[in-house]
Design a protein around this ligand. Structure first.
Ligand code: BEZ
Length: 212
């Protein structure tokens, strides 16, 4: 049985392009993204790690630490990183795990044998400061992920962790959010000083509470 939302994210120690790390120590009290790619020196993976590097400041602003993983060896990662920096005009500053033993891939169920017997698929886990799994997305090797979507979901996860709200389809930062069903309309009106728009008894909107 693989990991599920709400499970404790397993800790591990691993060799990375930034030296040996203990996952929990690396995360500290931050949010974390652990994401796998199938193989080094492949085109889609090159663009994915490059895009992540270009968005490093955006992740840092949201208190998110990033960690990539594949089962390729460290010397290959270090050589490939030069290509990523050169071709994507970036500077990869996050660690890339050399998971030759497949320890991380196994803990996080990143090898899907009917997709590939050996390579990791494109799994991505968002881990909260409480070390619980908050989000999992899995893409096939042929499709690069949308890292703006990852940022968008992190904003939703962080907002909904702090307020009794949920975010509607296609929500973006600054747009109205939904009052969760557990809060009565009477309580919502007291709780959300910016106002509550009742469309249906179960569909109530309020302006995003943490923006001016
Ligand atoms: C790629 O990153 O381009 C890729 C990797 C494995 C299979 C297909 C594409």
């Amino acid at each position: 049985m693989g990991l599920r939302l709400g499970d404790v994210a397993p800790n591990f120690k691993a060799q990375t392009t930034e030296g040996e790390i203990d996952f929990y120590e690396y995360l500290g009290s931050s949010w974390g993204i652990l994401f796998s790619h199938p193989a080094d020196f492949t085109p889609v993976c090159t663009t994915e790690l490059g895009k992540t590097a270009l968005l490093q400041e955006e992740f840092a602003k949201r208190n998110v630490k990033v960690l990539a993983v594949s089962i390729d060896p460290l010397d290959k990662h270090l050589e490939w990183r030069k290509d990523i920096n050169e071709t994507q005009n970036c500077s990869v500053g996050f660690p890339i795990i050399a998971d030759e033993s497949r320890n991380v891939a196994t803990l996080y169920d990143m090898i899907h044998p009917n997709a590939s017997a050996t390579a990791t698929v494109r799994s991505l886990f968002v881990i909260g400061p409480d070390k619980l799994v908050k989000l999992m997305i899995i893409y096939p090797a042929s499709t690069g992920r949308n890292f703006y979507e990852v940022l968008r979901v992190i904003e939703s996860l962080q907002l909904t962790a702090n307020y009794s709200v949920a975010t509607p389809a296609d929500w973006k930062h600054g747009e109205d959010v939904i009052v969760v069903p557990a809060v009565s309309t009477e309580d919502a009106i007291k709780k959300f000083s910016k106002g509550v728009k009742v469309v249906k008894p179960y569909l109530r909107y309020t302006p995003q509470p943490d923006v001016d």
